[in-house]
Design a protein around this ligand. Structure first.
Ligand SMILES: Nc1nc2c(c(=O)[nH]1)N[C@H]1C(S)=C(S)[C@@H](COP(=O)(O)OP(=O)(O)OC[C@H]3O[C@@H](n4cnc5c(=O)[nH]c(N)nc54)[C@H](O)[C@@H]3O)O[C@H]1N2
Ligand SMILES: Nc1nc2c(c(=O)[nH]1)N[C@H]1C(S)=C(S)[C@@H](COP(=O)(O)OP(=O)(O)OC[C@H]3O[C@@H](n4cnc5c(=O)[nH]c(N)nc54)[C@H](O)[C@@H]3O)O[C@H]1N2
Ligand code: SF4
Ligand SMILES: [Mo]
Length: 850
C-alpha cells in the first residue's frame, strides 16, 4: 500500500541544468533505460507479476507487469481484462521507458525565476512536499478570503476513474466552477451529436463482435479509434474469426493504415462526411430500404420517399423515431447522390451502392471519430452519420450501437456535499443561475451543450473575459503543446500561477510555479473505468508495480493532503476522508453484491486480477421491441406502465397517475423518448441560445436537423492551397509519448521514418512543388510556419497534406526535445459551434522547400 511505502528520497536532479542541456545523440538514447532495467536482475531473483492498466491512450487496457527484484522489466496484456485479452498495442509495452525516463522530475520543484517564456530558465529549486503544499494552501486560502475562489481552475486531460471524483470534490468544496477538461480538443463532436439525437451525452459503444458492415467516417480503427487494442482484435475477428466476413468501408481524407486494410476506401474531401451520410440517407429513403420496425412506415403500403416531393406528416407513422418527415422535407428531399457526390468527391454510383449495401447487410454500424468531427461542421457531420444507425434499425440491436453501462461501484466513504460551506454553495448557485461563468464559458448561452471549451481558455484569460485566472492546476494535459496555436497559451499563461502535477518536464511544466510530480501509472493506485466502447461495464485497477523511482507521489494522495491543509469544512472533509485508498476500498464494496464475470467480488480480488467486468449487454432491440437481460436471455420487454404516485400537496396526500417509460428512461433519453431526426435538445434552446448558435451557422434555419453545413477552412480565403490533417500514428501516445524511445525508433511504421514526424505529399503534388522525398520543407498556414521533412506518399490525394502529431517538443526531457515539429503551431483556433470541438482538420497550408 502506498501509504505504507517508505519513499526513497534520492539526491535531487539539478533540473535547471537539465532543462538547458543539449539533446543527446540517438546512439546513446536507450542506454539509461537498459541500465535501469538490468540493475538487480542478477541478484537472487524475487519475481512477481502485478496487475495494472495502461494509460498511453484512453483505451484502459489491463496489463500485467513483471517485476524482478523491485524493477519492472516487462509489461504484458492482462489475459483477465476483456479489452486486452493478453495483448497490447505497441505503446503499452513502452510504458517501461517512461517509468525509467531519467529526466523525470525527481522531487517537488519551486520556480525561482518569476519571468516565464519559451526561453526562460524557470530556475527550479527542489523543495519538500510539506513546503510546497503549505505554500500552495496559503495562496488558495488568501484567494478564497478575497472572494475570488472562482479564479482558481483545474485543467485535466486523463481524469481516469476516481481522479475525476477527487478533483471534482476539490473544486466543489473550494468554490470554483472551473473544473475543466480537454474533451473539446479531443472528440466531443461525436458525443454531442449523439446527445442531440438519442439523448446520451457520450461516445457510442458498438457490438463489433456481431456486426456485418461497418461504415466508418474518419475513425482510424487500426491506428487510434478507441479502444485501439480491442479494435485491432475485433477487426481481426470480424474478418477471419467467424464464418461471415464483415465488410469495412472507410471514409478518410488520407490513405491511412485503416484505409489500406479496409475493403473499400472512400477518399472524401475534408469536412464533407455529413454530405456523404446525407446522400446515403437519401438513397435509403427513396429506395425504401429503411428499417420499418424501428422507423415506421407510410400508411400507404409500399410507398417510398420520392426525390423533390414533400411528404405530409400524417402520411407516415413513426415507431421509435420522431421528426423523419420534417427531416426529409427540410434536408433530405433534394440531397441526391449526385449532390452528395459534388460535395464529397465520391462518385454518385458508389454512394448509391454503399447505401444499398449498408441498409441491407444487417447488422450494420455507421460511426467514426475525429476525422468527421474535428471540423467547423463536426457535430452536424456526426449527427448525419448517427442518423444512419436509426434508419437501418441498429440502435441497441445485435451487432449495433449501444451506450456504455456504468460500473456498479459502492458508495464513496463520505458525501462531499455535506462539507460545502457558504462560499462553495454560493459559487455553485451562481454558476447554475448563469451569473457566474466558467473561464471557458462552457454551459453559458454561448456554449449551452459543450462540456468544455479548452482551446479558448488562453484567450479568455488574456482578455479577462469573463475574468482572469489566478491559479491553474494542470493534471495530465499540456495546454502549451496540444492546443491549436499553442503560442496563444505561451503568451497568456505568463501571469497565471501554475501548479503542474506531471513528473515529465513538459512545455506546461516550464511555465509552472510548482511541480508536484505524480507517481507514474506503474507506481500508483488508481481505478480505471473504460470509456464508451463495448457497452458492458469494465473497470481495471492499477496496483503499484514498483515503488516510486524518485520522490514522486500519487496526485490523488497529494490533493487530499493539500485539502487537509485547508481551513473549515473543506479541511474537515479531507481529514474525514483520510486517503485515496479509502475511496478505492469503498467503491470496490459494490462488487460484493455484483461479482464480475471473473469472480471479482472484493478489493483484493480486483487488485489481484486487475479487472472487474460484466457481460452481456443489458438491453437489446429486436423487431420493434426493446428487451432487458433477465439473467438468462433478453426476455423482459421494456414497456410503458401506468403507476399511481402518492404526493403531498398543500399538506394533503394526493394520488396521481404517472406513465413510466423505461425506453425513455434508459435508452432513448430524449424529450420524445424516441430517436429524434429533429433534435428537441437543439430545438429546446432558449431564444438567446438559439440566436447565438444560429449566428455561427451557414444554414441557421436547419439548426435542429442533421444537415450539411459547409465547412470553414482557415487559410482558404488567403489562398493557402492544401488541406492539412495531423492524425495519430499507432506509435503515438497523444502529446505525451515522444520520450518513448522504442516507439520513436519505428514512429512511422508505414512510411519508414523514425525520431521525427514529417509531411506527406502526393507524388504529383510534390513534383508540381519541386519537392523530393526527404527534402526539408516549410509548412505554412495563416498562423505561422514550421520546418520538417517531406515524405512522398502515392496513396494520398493531391489536395491533402498529412502531418502526424506528437513531435516538436521544446521541452519534455532529452529523448523528446527537439524531434520533428508540432503541427499545432500552425493550426488556427476554430471550434464547432454546437459541440465546441476544436477543428484540428480545418487549416489549409502551403508547403515549400526550405
Ligand atoms: N495510437 C493512438 N491511439 C489513440 C490515441 C493516441 O494518441 N494514439 N489517442 C486516443 C484519443 S484521445 C482519441 S480522441 C482517439 C481518436 O481516434 P481517431 O479519431 O480515430 O484518430 P485521429 O487520428 O485523430 O483521426 C482519425 C482520422 O481522421 C482522418 N481525417 C482527417 N480529416 C478528415 C475528414 O475530413 N474526413 C474524414 N472522413 N477523415 C478525416 C485522419 O486522416 C485520420 O486517419 O484515438 C485514441 N487512440
Ligand atoms: N494536431 C493535433 N493536435 C491534437 C490531436 C491530434 O490528433 N492532432 N489530438 C487531440 C486529442 S484527441 C487529445 S485527447 C489531446 C491531448 O492533449 P493533452 O490533454 O494536452 O494531452 P497530452 O498532450 O498527452 O499531454 C499530457 C500531459 O500529461 C503529462 N503526464 C504524463 N504522465 C503523467 C502522469 O502520470 N501524471 C500526470 N499528472 N501527468 C502526466 C505529460 O507531462 C503531458 O504534459 O490532443 C489533441 N491535440
Ligand atoms: S490501446 Fe491504449 S491503453 Fe491499450 S495498450 Fe495501447 S496505448 Fe495502452
Ligand atoms: Mo482525444
Amino acid at each position: 500500500m502506498v501509504s505504507e511505502l517508505k519513499i526513497n528520497r534520492r539526491s535531487f536532479l539539478k533540473v535547471a541544468g537539465a532543462v538547458g542541456a543539449a539533446t543527446m545523440g540517438y546512439a546513446s538514447l536507450g542506454q539509461p533505460v537498459i541500465k535501469a532495467l538490468a540493475q538487480g536482475v542478477d541478484a537472487a531473483r524475487e519475481e512477481k507479476w502485478i496487475s495494472s492498466v495502461c494509460i498511453q491512450c484512453p483505451a484502459g487496457c489491463g496489463t500485467k507487469v513483471r517485476v524482478v527484484n523491485g524493477k519492472a522489466v516487462k509489461i504484458e496484456g492482462n489475459p483477465e481484462h476483456p479489452y486486452s485479452n493478453g495483448k497490447l498495442c505497441p505503446k503499452g509495452y513502452a510504458g517501461l521507458q517512461l517509468l525509467y525516463d531519467v529526466d523525470r522530475v525527481k522531487s517537488p520543484l519551486k520556480r525561482t525565476n518569476p519571468n516565464k517564456g519559451q526561453n526562460e530558465d524557470p530556475k527550479f529549486v527542489p523543495v519538500t512536499w510539506d513546503e510546497a503544499l503549505d505554500d500552495i494552501a496559503d495562496r488558495l486560502k488568501k484567494i478564497r478570503d478575497e472572494g475570488k475562489s472562482h479564479t482558481v481552475a483545474y485543467l485535466s486531460g486523463r481524469n481516469r476513474g476516481r481522479a475525476g471524483t477527487v478533483w471534482g470534490t476539490f473544486t466543489k468544496l473550494y468554490g470554483t466552477p472551473n473544473n475543466l477538461g480537454h474533451s473539446s480538443i479531443c472528440a466531443d463532436a461525436s458525443k454531442k451529436a449523439r446527445l442531440c439525437l438519442d439523448g446520451t451525452d457520450d461516445y457510442c459503444a458498438y457490438d463489433w463482435e456481431n456486426c456485418n458492415y461497418v461504415l466508418n467516417f474518419g475513425g482510424a480503427t487500426l491506428e487510434a479509434w478507441r479502444p485501439t487494442n480491442l479494435m485491432l482484435q475485433k477487426w481481426a475477428h470480424m474478418r477471419r474469426g467467424r464464418p461471415v466476413r464483415a465488410k469495412q468501408v472507410i471514409a478518410d481524407t488520407r490513405f491511412s493504415t485503416t484505409a489500406i486494410k479496409a475493403d473499400e476506401w472512400l477518399p472524401v474531401k475534408p469536412g464533407t462526411d455529413g454530405g456523404l451520410a446525407l446522400g446515403i440517407a437519401h438513397v435509403i429513403l427513396t429506395e425504401g430500404l429503411w428499417d420499418r420496425s424501428f422507423v415506421g412506415d407510410f400508411k400507404e403500403i409500399g410507398r417510398k420517399f420520392i426525390t423533390g416531393e414533400t411528404v405530409a406528416n400524417e402520411d407516415f407513422e413513426e415507431v421509435w423515431t420522431s421528426g423523419l418527415v420534417d427531416w426529409w422535407n427540410n434536408v433530405l428531399i433534394n440531397f441526391t447522390p449526385s449532390r452528395a457526390s459534388q460535395i464529397t468527391g465520391i462518385p454518385a454510383g458508389t454512394i448509391i451502392r454503399i447505401a444499398r449495401e449498408f441498409a441491407t447487410t444487417k447488422p450494420a454500424i455507421a460511426g467514426g471519430e475525429r476525422g468527421a468531427g474535428a471540423h467547423t461542421n463536426g457535430a452536424y457531420n456526426h449527427m448525419s452519420i448517427h442518423a444512419l444507425n436509426a434508419l437501418v434499425g441498429s440502435m441497441f440491436a445485435l451487432g449495433g450501437v449501444m451506450y456504455q453501462i456504468g460500473v456498479p461501484y459502492g458508495k464513496l466513504p463520505i458525501d462531499d456535499t455535506e462539507y460545502m460551506d457558504d462560499i462553495a454553495k454560493k459559487v455553485e448557485k451562481d454558476f447554475k443561475e448563469h451569473t457566474l461563468d466558467r473561464i471557458d464559458k462552457a454551459k453559458s448561452d454561448e456554449w449551452p451543450i459543450a462540456s468544455n471549451v479548452y482551446q479558448n481558455i488562453p484567450d479568455n484569460h488574456a482578455n479577462g473575459n469573463p475574468y482572469k485566472l489566478s491559479v491553474l492546476f494542470t493534471y495530465y494535459t499540456n495546454p502549451l503543446f496540444s492546443n491549436p496555436n499553442p503560442q496563444r497559451a505561451h503568451e497568456a499563461f505568463k501571469d497565471v500561477f501554475i501548479v503542474e502535477t506531471s513528473s515529465y518536464l513538459s512545455e506546461t511544466a516550464l511555465y509552472a510555479d510548482y511541480i508536484l510530480p505524480d507517481a507514474y501509472y506503474l507506481e500508483r493506485w488508481q481505478d480505471d473505468t473504460v470509456y464508451a466502447s463495448t457497452g458492458y461495464p469494465v473497470t481495471g485497477l492499477r496496483v503499484p508495480a514498483v515503488q516510486p523511482v524518485y520522490d514522486n507521489r500519487n496526485s490523488m494522495e497529494v490533493i487530499i493532503d493539500l485539502g487537509k491543509r485547508m481551513d473549515g469544512k473543506m479541511g474537515e472533509y479531507y481529514n474525514a476522508l483520510g486517503s485515496f485508498e479509502n475511496m478505492l476500498h469503498s467503491i470496490a464494496k459494490g462488487f460484493e453484491t455484483a461479482p464480475g464475470d471473473n469472480g471479482v467480488n472484493s478489493f483484493d480480488l480486483w487488485a489481484e486480477k486487475g479487472a472487474w467486468y460484466k457481460k452481456p449487454y443489458l438491453y437489446r432491440y429486436s423487431n420493434g421491441k426493446f428487451y432487458e437481460w433477465d439473467g438468462v436471455g433478453y426476455n423482459k420487454e421494456l414497456k410503458k406502465t401506468e403507476e399511481t404516485v402518492k404526493e403531498t400537496k398543500d399538506g394533503k396526500e394526493v394520488e396521481t397517475k404517472a406513465i413510466k417509460d423505461p425506453v425513455k428512461d434508459k435508452l432513448l433519453k430524449t424529450k420524445s423518448g424516441k430517436f429524434e431526426f429533429r433534435s428537441s435538445k437543439l430545438g429546446g434552446f432558449t431564444d438567446n441560445q438559439k440566436e447565438v448558435i444560429k449566428k455561427k451557422l451557414k444554414i441557421p434555419d436547419l439548426f435542429e436537423y442533421p444537415h450539411y453545413e459547409e465547412p470553414t477552412f482557415a487559410g482558404k480565403a488567403e489562398g493557402f492551397p492544401l488541406h492539412m490533417s495531423s492524425p495519430k500514428m499507432i506509435t503515438h501516445a497523444e502529446g505525451r509519448g515522444a520520450n518513448a524511445q522504442w516507439l520513436q525508433e519505428r514512429f512511422g511504421v508505414i512510411v519508414g521514418e523514425g525520431w521525427t514526424n514529417w509531411v506527406e505529399l502526393n507524388p504529383d503534388k510534390a513534383d508540381e512543388l519541386g519537392i523530393k522525398n526527404g527534402d526539408v520543407v516549410w509548412v505554412e498556414s495563416p498562423v505561422g510556419k514550421v520546418k520538417t521533412i517531406a515524405v512522398i506518399n502515392p496513396g494520398n490525394p493531391p489536395w491533402i497534406v498529412v502531418f502526424p502529431f506528437e513531435h516538436g517538443h521544446w521541452n519534455y526531457g532529452r529523448y523528446a526535445k527537439g524531434l520533428g515539429a508540432n503541427p499545432n503551431e500552425i493550426l488556427a483556433n476554430l471550434s464547432d459551434p454546437i459541440s465546441a470541438q476544436s477543428c484540428t482538420n480545418a487549416t489549409m497550408v502551403r508547403v515549400y522547400r526550405a
